[in-house]
Structures are given as structure tokens and as C-alpha cells.
Design a protein around this ligand. Sequence first.
Ligand code: G3P
Ligand code: MG
Length: 383
Amino acid sequence: AVRTRRQIIDHDRVASYAFAFDIDGVIVRGPETIPEAREALRMLNGHNKYNIKVPYIFITNGGGKSEKARCKDLTKRLGITVTEDQVIQGHTPMKDLVPAYKNVLVVGGVLDSCRKVAQDYGFQNVYIPLDVMKWNPSVTPYYQLSEEEQKVARDVDFSKISIDAILVFADSRNWAADQQIILEILLSKHGVMGTVAQDPSENHVGLYFAHSDFVWATDYGLSRYGMGALQVSIAALYQEHTGRELQVTRFGKPQRGTFRFAEKVLSNWRRNTLEEHVENMNLEDEEDGDATESEDEAGNDAEGITLQKDSKLLLELPPASTVYFVGDTPESDIRFANSHDSSWYSILVKTGVFQDNKTPKYQPKHICENVLEAVKFAIEREH
Ligand code: G3P
Ligand code: MG
């Protein structure tokens, strides 16, 4: 039966709480989709015993592809529509660096995938290590470019380019070559390959990492080294070489900058979900022919939703009452959810990095077998 707007708002509302999900080790493991993930998200889309829609976003430290490509992949795996406004990858907040740097070296990902992402973000001149290796193969004496790599590498004279910043976007596919090139640029005179700074004041190249995960969960039984491990390795080499500590700016979880970014994304997404819900509601009212009746029903509901005379919704959206963050890595996910806002509720699952026989380094508010159990637990806790 078609319900009036008031009935829908009272009985079939959008939740005041919300979810944020980690991806690797919670939703996927390498090429495999974690079986319970589909049902978990279906429940949040309203298929639960309370008929309530619960807004959710994804916060992954992963990357190497555009946000659009990531959504396409999640949409296909999960059988739901995931949009770009719902996804934050490790390198997403690096968009904010566009005005700061003209020439950037972007590291990581398959072939030139990260060059494309950085260009989409608006970076002006984006170089990748393969360009450097094409320019002068002697830079990496034990590695020759494959045919495929030759094709995507650009012809650039790096003796005439001053690299302003190095942005590690995704996991390196060639640690030896990437480390060699990163170190050379960090030790160079003003970011020019083939030169050596005589004094630290001659080098102001910024070094940024999309995240610092030491390990991460794939479809292999044990965790694999991640970008954080590369960072440790580069820092050790830099220290050995210069005696100085490496200066790095980190993004991703558990960094505060990423948390602020995530809060903005979540708030916009909650607004979207509410607006979409009310739009559907309006359609139902019109079909029901009771549009005039609902105009008389101006009022507020408990979540701060105001229905006005012209049927327009004024959203004075308060922050989510609780944000359930489901992750598999205590050091990044649980630390992230525990440290920035007390309304975030951390749930650790056992499908990724965390192993049941160990005590997590950062204590979650709750531990679950998998993402579906986490969603069920949170919904029951709320109702
Ligand atoms: O490189 C990806 C990885 O380190 C972690 O991804 O989704 O678990 O934050 P995620
Ligand atoms: Mg994870």
C-alpha cells in the first residue's frame, strides 16, 4: 500500500547512524569477494527487519585506480550501486596538493594507471618511474623495461626537469627501481635526476605516501608487505645515506586529515540518501493523490528533518549519531576509528589482517567474525 509522507518518515526512515567500511580484508581479499559482504550491504540498503536505510561509505587505504573504476568494481562484486561520492581511497585527499606542485613523480600501481589518476585529479605534469627508466636505462642497472612498459613510458629529458614532489599513490610493483629513483630525487639538487645536493637546503622535494599500512590482506594465507613497509625501507636507506631522518607526509587511515575528509564525504552522502528517500516519498504521495494533505503536515522529525509548505525538504542535518567503522587492521582501521571522534564505533573483523590468536594492538569496541555479523550486531544495537 502507498503510504503518506508522514507515515514513511515515522516508520520507514533513514537511519540517524551510519557505516564506514574498510575494503581489503573486509569486503574483498585480492580477486575474491568476501562472501558475506553482499548480504551485509543489502541489509543496509533497507532489506532488514526494520525496513530502515542506513547510509554507508567506503574508506580504503588502497588505490592505483580512479575512484570511478573502484566504484565499478565494487558495484559488480556486490550487486549494488556504489557511487563515487561513497568512496575514499588512500590517494583521494591528495587532490588537495594540486595547487602546491607543478612537476610530480607519481609512484605505484600497474603501468601508468596512477599517472592517469593524478592527471584526473588535475596535476599538471605527472611523471612516473618508467619515464625515468626510459630516459636513462642505467638508472636501474638490473632492470630493463618490458615492451608493455616501454609503450606507456614517455620521452622526457629528466636532466632538465625539477621534480617538486614525490607522491606514492599505490603499492610499488618494482621496489628496487622505485626506491633507487625516489632516493636519488630526495638527494638531488632541486629534484633534478643525475645531480647531488651539497647541502640539505638545496633539496625541498616533498615526499607523500597515500597510507602507511605495513601489511595488508590479500588472497594469500599470510599478510603481505604494504606501502608502510616500503616507507620503512626508504627511511632506513635515507638515514644510512645522510644520517638524517626522512620527512614524510602521510595520508590514509589512521591520519587525522583523512578522517576530516571522510567526515565531509559521509555527511554529504547522508544528505544524498535522505534527499533521495524524500524524493521517492514525494513520488509515492503524488501517485496517491494526497500531495495537498502532506503540505499541511509541516513539521520536524527526530532527526532534524523539516518539511516545509512547498514540500521542499530543509535538511538541518546533525552529525550521524554513531558511525560504525568496520575494519580488519588494528593499526590503521581501529586506531583511525578510535582516535578522532567518540561517536565512531570500531568493529574489528577476522577476515583480513587481524588473526584471532593475537591481541589487537588497538582495542576495538567490538570483534566480529565478518562484515555481515558486524552489520547485524550494529543494527540490533541501535533498535
Ligand atoms: O594497499 C591496500 C591496503 O594496504 C589496504 O587497503 O582497504 O584494507 O584499507 P584497505
Ligand atoms: Mg583492510
